[in-house]
Design a protein around this ligand. Sequence first.
Ligand code: 13P
Length: 251
Amino acid sequence: MRVRTPLVVGNWKMNGLKASAAELGRMIEGYGPELRWKVQMAVCPPATLIQTFCVAALGSRIWIGAQDCNADVSGAYTGDISAEMIADCGGGLVIVGHSERRTKYAESDAQARAKAEAARRAGLVSVLCIGETEAERLAGEAIAVIDSQLAGSVPDGATGSNLVLAYEPVWAIGTGLTPSNADIAEVHAHIRQRLVARFGREGEKIRILYGGSVKPANASEILGIADVDGALVGGASLKAADFLAIASVYA
Ligand code: 13P
């Protein structure tokens, strides 16, 4: 028996309008009992769609979440939303520390950690992203970078029910490139070892997703690697057929 329930999360990034509820509807239709038993699925649409999607997904067991949150409960942060607001809409999870936030908005490990703590405060699960850039990998620094991100952004008190980690090599996001199976296995085993060293047996329960150019064509290979507990999917999560094909690897 698996220690951890596999999880496949769709990160829609800045894509989707009200009409996209039809695509979510197709995902809900395809997420039948044979799949529900085997794998948990989640969709993180843009903030404008969270409430609509939460209502549409009621009773379907597809989990709806957000792509980011502010660490504070409320206040003068024009444009931001808090973890409490996401929970208020019915959301169950939030992605924090995504590399696009880290690079385009200069977010730090400390901010990612504060957001993960905010998520826990609001009763949400955070999907905390880490991963090296191409230059860091080429310089042989991937593991060192991951260690420093883990130390800086994983909050104390992390458990298998309040935190999910996502290893997303920056150079694999949206590029069609993926690391070798051996490289994915090495990083995931390393993250697992660090989590167990810090959290003991609870560290065994924290799921570690792989993200970066996961498609139906490579999903079974990637999701079959030891310590890969699911996927964080960008582009291929926008179409129900592709997203369901990825999750169906577990069927
Ligand atoms: P792609 O699957 O489009 O490469 O995006 C990965 C990602 O950034 C998910 O958070």
